[in-house]
Write a protein that binds this ligand. Structure first.
Ligand code: SAM
Ligand code: SF4
Length: 426
């Protein structure tokens, strides 16, 4: 979402007459988009701001955008006095006005209000990838997971109208994009604010019908709002990719309740069952937090057991990181950092073994890939499967394949990617 926010901010600046340069050194205005989901990400921001200051020389204007801006607010002006703009994502609709203030020489411009029901649509978005495009369908979050700073930094949930999402999807298809990724902190709670009143499953089905679009992905799903109609819609339309990211966070219902995740282990597994008994073979991935305050060894064992039971194709795992403005801050946290680290490594090792096995099962199969890049050194093309795996492959053609969809036979596998050869030899 941050990457796409940056694309929208860049598009807005270009529309205002700015030019993009390659490095902060060359820039007169440096806008730094930030993440504060974990403490480490936040620390990086302040280190980088110091570095900019050292390297930048005089006469440059600096702005901090995103979640650290929202979280720290005007304190940033004290910690980094060379910064002139501090704005959270809920204020980006006002970016052109803020730029005018900066140009007028105002050295303390802020956009920190969360009081908005507007979404930041920009028709000028400057997209990084020539084949795959992101579309934000919902911003903010109305859940209150006890560890998470997002509801504070990104404000309340706001859905875009279905008409504006569809118009953007159609425009992208006309421009030659073939893959669309629908974005939101919790895409499943999408509610069309217009009279059409579409829910997420309906929107997903309609986007998949846009002529020219070959693949549609979406992220992220909250398990509580992941309803069976979504699986039925996916089953009915192969344009919807064979992949669902369904963050579980913990395998223990006791911890899930403390996290305020609004589902139990059993309710989560019911959704996994819908996916496993579906008509298509879906790749399932997740997020895990280890060492949430009060997580016992027994709770943690249940997370490892869940990995064995679900057999995820990939996961993101994190040590619990205390965040400001969250309920978990007030919870006693007897799990020491060494123990958190041990649990993190245990999750990653268990998952690595699962991925090695699951990827090896694909050897000999033919997968359709979207060709996304070329590794000259290895003489390989880089492809992505519908299940979101990287499949590097050889093809006698040394050029002209970027953006194409090709069948590739898998010949080797590793924990994180596949290797193969193109089956369309000309
Ligand atoms: N909205 C999504 C959801 O509900 O799953 C994901 C939001 S967050 C940007 C992505 C992931 O970061 C979460 O799924 C969670 O695993 C992790 N995360 C969020 N807050 C965290 C914290 N305080 N400490 C460690 N990991 C955290
Ligand atoms: Fe954070 Fe929970 Fe909202 Fe996801 S659903 S963004 S984890 S509060």
């Amino acid at each position: 979402m941050n990457a796409h926010d940056s694309e929208k901010v860049i598009g807005t600046l270009l529309a205002e007459g700015y030019q993009q340069v390659e490095t902060p050194d060359e820039a007169h205005l440096v806008l730094y988009n930030t993440c504060s989901i974990r403490d480490k990400a936040e620390q990086k921001v302040f280190n980088r701001l110091q570095q900019f200051k050292r390297d930048a020389g005089k006469g440059k204007v600096f702005g901090v955008l995103g979640c650290v801006a929202q979280q720290e607010g005007e304190k940033i002006f004290e910690r980094a006095p060379h910064v002139s703009l501090v704005a959270g994502s809920a204020s980006y609709t006002k970016l052109p006005e803020m730029l005018v203030q900066l140009e007028a020489g105002n050295r303390h411009v802020t956009g920190l209000s969360l009081d908005t029901d507007e979404t930041f649509d920009t028709p000028f978005t400057r997209r990084d990838n020539p084949h795959r495009a992101y579309i934000t369908i919902i911003e903010g979050c109305d859940k209150s997971c006890a560890y998470c700073v997002v509801p504070f930094t990104r404000g309340p949930e706001r859905s875009r109208t279905s008409a504006s999402v569809m118009a953007e999807a159609q425009r992208l298809a006309e421009q030659g994009y073939t893959e669309i990724q629908l974005l939101g902190q919790n895409v499943n709670s999408y509610r069309d604010p217009s009279p059409a009143g579409w829910d997420f499953a309906i929107l997903l089905g309609r986007v998949a019908e846009v002529p020219g679009i070959r693949r549609v992905r979406y992220t992220t799903s909250h398990p509580r709002d992941f309803v069976r109609a979504i699986v039925e819609t996916m089953d009915a339309n192969p344009v919807l990719c064979d992949h669902v990211h369904l963050p579980v966070q913990s395998g223990a219902s006791r911890v899930l309740a403390a996290m305020d995740r609004l589902y139990t282990r059993e309710e989560y597994l019911k959704r996994i069952e819908w996916l496993k008994s579906a008509r298509r073979n879906y790749s399932i991935t997740t997020d895990i937090i280890v060492g949430f305050p009060g997580e016992t060894e027994k709770d943690f064992e249940q997370t490892l057991d869940l990995l064995d039971q679900v057999q995820y194709d990939s996961l993101f795992s994190f040590k619990y990181s205390p965040r400001p403005h969250t309920a978990a801050l007030a919870m006693p946290d007897p799990v020491g950092d060494d123990e958190k680290q041990r649990r993190l490594v245990a999750v990653q090792e268990r998952q690595r073994a699962i991925q090695i096995r699951r990827n090896a099962d694909l050897i000999g199969t033919v997968q359709e890939v979207l060709v996304e890049g070329r590794n000259q050194a290895l003489g390989q093309w880089i492809g992505r499967t519908s299940s979101n795996r990287t499949l590097n492959f050889t093809d006698p053609r040394g050029e002209g394949l970027l953006g194409k969809y090709l069948p590739v036979r898998v010949t080797r596998s590793g924990p994180n990617s596949l290797v193969g050869e193109s089956v369309t030899v000309v």
